[in-house]
Design a protein around this ligand. Structure first.
Ligand SMILES: [Zn+2]
Length: 243
C-alpha cells in the first residue's frame, strides 16, 4: 500500500499528436547499432587511428498500451516506464513482460491501484488531525504468455469483432491495448472513492472510515477490471468465461 512507482528519471516530452506515428514506427525500427567512430589524422599512420565507441542509445522498452492514443499525453522515463495523469491520478505503464517457463497463465494486461489509509493524531477517544498520505496511483502492465507476442491474432474479444476485422485490428497487441485504454476510461468516467475520515470523529468512527475506504477502493478496482473484461473480452468471439 505504499507508493513505490514514482519515477524520477529523465523525462522526454512526447506531444500526443505526433505520437501515434512515432509509436508505430518504433515497433518496426531495427535496434540502433553501436557504430565505432574512426578518426584519422591526415598524414598519420594506421597505428594512430583512434577508435572511439559511441554509447548506443537504448531503444525504449516495448509497451503494448497505445500510448499515442492517450489524449492527456504521456512521458517516457529513461528506465522504460511511461507515465500520464488521468483524472488527477498518476498512471505508470511498465514495459511489457514475458511469463516465465512453466507459468501457464494467459497473456494479460493487468491494472493495479496503489492507495494508503490515512492515519490520524488522536487525543483521548477523538481524532484531532488526519494525516495526509500520498495520492492514489495506478500501474498498468502487459505480460505475454510463453510463446505469445503482440503480433499474434487475438483469439477472442476485441480483435475478433467485424469492425476490428474491417480496420485490420486483429492482433493480440491491439486486444491488450484495449484493456489499457479501458482502465484509463474508467478513471475518467468514475471518480475515485473519497476517504471520509475527519477530525472530530471518535477513534472507532475513524477506524470504520478507514475500513470503508479500503473496501470502496477494492470494489472500484474490481469493477474496473470487470468492465474491461465485458467490453474487451466478451465481444466478437467471446471468452469462455463471459456471461
Ligand atoms: Zn482480454
Amino acid at each position: 500500500m505504499s507508493n513505490k512507482t514514482k519515477d524520477t528519471g529523465e523525462q522526454m516530452s512526447h506531444p500526443p499528436a505526433q505520437d501515434i506515428q512515432k509509436a508505430a514506427a518504433s515497433q518496426v525500427q531495427e535496434p540502433e547499432k553501436e557504430t565505432p567512430q574512426v578518426a584519422r589524422s591526415v598524414g598519420g599512420n594506421a597505428a594512430s587511428a583512434k577508435i572511439s565507441r559511441q554509447k548506443a542509445k537504448p531503444e525504449p522498452a516495448a509497451i503494448t498500451a497505445p500510448l499515442g492514443e492517450i489524449p492527456e499525453g504521456h512521458q517516457r522515463q529513461r528506465k522504460g516506464t511511461a507515465t500520464t495523469t488521468v483524472a488527477g491520478v498518476e498512471v505508470t505503464f511498465k514495459p511489457d513482460s514475458k511469463r516465465k517457463k512453466g507459468d501457464k497463465a494467459d497473456t494479460k494486461t493487468s491494472v493495479n491501484l496503489d492507495w494508503s489509509l490515512p492515519g490520524a493524531a488522536t487525543k483521548g477517544d477523538k481524532v484531532v488531525e488526519v494525516r495526509s498520505v500520498a495520492p492514489v496511483t495506478m500501474t498498468i502492465q502487459t505480460a505475454y504468455a510463453q510463446g505469445q507476442n503482440a503480433a499474434l491474432n487475438s483469439a477472442y474479444g476485441r480483435g475478433t469483432t467485424p469492425s476490428d476485422a474491417r480496420a485490420g485490428d486483429s492482433s493480440l497487441g491491439f486486444h491488450e491495448g484495449r484493456h489499457a485504454m479501458d482502465y484509463l476510461q474508467y478513471l475518467r468516467d468514475h471518480p475515485l472513492p473519497q476517504f471520509q475520515g475527519q477530525a472530530g470523529m471518535s477513534v472507532q468512527e475513524y477506524t470504520r472510515a478507514q475500513q470503508d475506504y479500503d473496501k470502496a477502493m477494492n470494489t472500484y478496482l474490481a469493477d474496473m477490471k470487470r468492465k474491461s473484461f465485458l467490453d474487451t473480452d466478451c465481444v466478437g468471439t467471446p471468452h469462455k468465461d463471459c456471461p
